[in-house]
Design a protein around this ligand. Structure first.
Ligand SMILES: NC(=O)c1ccc[n+]([C@@H]2O[C@H](COP(=O)([O-])OP(=O)(O)OC[C@H]3O[C@@H](n4cnc5c(N)ncnc54)[C@H](OP(=O)(O)O)[C@@H]3O)[C@@H](O)[C@H]2O)c1
Length: 248
């Protein structure tokens, strides 16, 4: 994809899917500011990987910020503008799980997941949107999950947040379409990351996937790059499943 000269913010860019998105967009020529919550070491590793790309790629900056905090979200956008002059692409990716049956789930575990996985997306989108509306151009890609489409036992917190992201995506797409801003969502299935590494009965899960395997984070990242590019110029308000057929 050609993203030369574009400026992107990616939340949760130090591990898993977020990291793959950072590396993909930088290879495609975008300048990227990525955020993370806690691990300075993981952020340094990603910056190190980018230096190995050589010339002709975008630049990377890391910024520690908690997406749950609206003021921190605004600081992220300010930092991207200070470094790169504007923001063209927002990828809302930072997410967590606190899986448990509802009967065992504490209100705090419900709230923590909603705060990160849904309010975090609102905080970041709100922090970018006026600037994008003023320049009549922008692109938001929200990472949801098939759990938000089909539901998922022991994940009422996570599935509710991920379904909420779909409402946010479609509503915002209608609202800002006239400003030449596109808003889409990706719903990954099982992807090989820290989030899924301890899943039990993996063999059984793989049997449910028509492609017969967990996905690679790069396969999600390439879909993000497409949606963020001008090649997807007439696509907005959509939910693209990257799930090996799991949710057919
Ligand atoms: N893996 C899957 O199978 C799968 C499937 C469907 C959807 N997804 C979605 O894809 C996204 C990425 O998942 P992943 O598997 O790549 O997760 P991951 O490997 O656990 O990485 C999560 C990332 O989010 C960051 N983060 C967490 N809380 C944050 C906060 N409050 N503020 C800022 N950053 C925060 C983490 O930073 P630190 O490392 O510093 O904590 C880390 O960079 C999530 O939205 C997830 O729900 C994943």
């Amino acid at each position: 994809m050609d993203l030369k000269g574009k400026v992107a913010i990616i939340t949760g860019g130090t591990r898993g899917i977020g990291r793959a998105i950072v590396l993909e967009l930088i290879r495609d020529g975008a300048n990227v500011l990525f955020t993370y919550l806690s691990s300075d070491e993981s952020a340094a590793t990603v910056l190190g990987l980018v230096t190995e790309f050589g010339e002709g790629v975008g630049q990377a900056r890391a910024f520690k910020a908690d997406v749950r905090d609206y003021n921190e979200a605004k600081r992220v956008v300010g930092e991207a503008i200070n470094n790169f002059g504007t923001v063209d692409i927002l990828v809302n990716n930072a997410g967590i799980t606190r899986d448990k049956a509802l009967m065992m789930m504490e209100p705090s575990e419900w709230q923590e997941v909603l705060d990160t996985n849904l309010t975090g997306y609102f905080n970041m989108a709100k922090s970018c949107i006026v600037m994008m509306m003023k320049k009549k151009s922008g692109n938001i890609v929200n990472i949801s999950s098939v759990a938000g489409i089909t539901g998922s036992a022991r994940q009422v917190n996570y599935s509710s947040a991920k379904a909420g992201i779909l409402g946010l995506t479609k509503s915002l797409a209608k609202e800002v379409g006239p400003y030449n801003i596109r808003v889409n969502a990706i719903a990954p299935g099982y992807i090989e990351t820290d989030m899924t590494k301890d899943l039990k009965r993996r063999d059984e899960l793989e049997k449910l996937i028509p492609s017969g395997r967990f996905g690679d984070a790069k396969e999600v990242a390439k879909t993000v790059a497409f949606l963020a590019s001008d090649d997807a110029g007439y696509i907005t308000g959509q939910v693209i499943k990257v799930d090996g057929g799991l949710a057919i």
